[in-house]
Ligand binder design. Sequence first.
Ligand SMILES: [Mg+2]
Length: 369
Amino acid sequence: MPKKDLAVPKNDLPKIVGFNVRQILAPLDKPHKTASGTIEVAPLVLLDVQTNAKISGSSYVFTYTPMALKSVALLVGEIEQLLLGKPLEPTELSSFLTAKFRLLGNQGLVAIAISAIDMALWDALAKFADLPLANLLGAAPKPIRIYDSLGQMSADETAEQVEISLKNGFDAFKIKAGHPDPKTDVEVVRAIKKIAGPNTWIAVDFNQAFSANEAILRMRLLDEENLAWIEEPVRAEDFEGHSFVRSSISTPVQTGENWWGIPDMNKSIAADASDFVMPDAMKIGGVSGWIKAAALAEANGLPLSSHLFGEISAHLLAASPTAHMLEWMDIAGSINTTPPTIFDGKIIAAEIAGAGLNWNEKALKQYLV
Ligand SMILES: [Mg+2]
């Protein structure tokens, strides 16, 4: 055999040549009130990872408070230097970046920055492969059950919102419960049933606001309502507290949006903290983290839902063996030209190459910080 045939094949993957990092305050339809604070606008860091193949990959992360926006943007920008010239290998680069920050710790803003980069790298790789992200992950875009994630409102306001949501293709709802008077939570649930039907899929979220005892007392009122789940009844990191609540009520317990990576998911599963799991693409480690979370969920027989990031989550859940429900809260709709489709209580990812994000540059300019 001629010697040249033994040569190592040329690595044809695109190489990373730069980051474009922007900060925006994206408008919401209305302020989103929870039992642990209200979100007025969506502070988003937008990342475009540019490659030498005329392909760039995009992502956004949500800093909840505008006070963290600049810090996350600066951190993402600083990490650019570590990746310049590297080939587009998201799994490899996720491990590489995690190792680089081992001494500081891979939680909080560091985890958010790494996830932003990871999601953009996967988007770029999917665009390079000319495939929707779901296909790159071994599946295909398909209908996923969706619920409309509503803020904390009175029974009347909730009923008004549910009428609009039904017209927009939703048939399942989550409310931010934990009103000052526990009876109001029940009134809101019943208001939804009155509009949408007695067997409507309804979940409630306490957003970590209560002690285990208080959560159990409140759930005594709600346990009769045949709810799909109670989410974060106690502090997110209190896995034992979740488990105690779970053993004391009949409504299933849901948690996961505040897990910092797989180590937290492992602890939660070990504590039997919940019936269902719902990692957040930004806090679990981007697409690379989600792949591991989906495998863990399958191995433990746990139905897997998503938290925020509906565009990329529609791809991720399509490729997750125990896919359950996708949470819809539209924080990037004002700046994305290729939204997923919502119909008949389901969502399907945009069937275009990538993770479903393409910036509306004209709109985006108005929201730049
Ligand atoms: Mg929640």
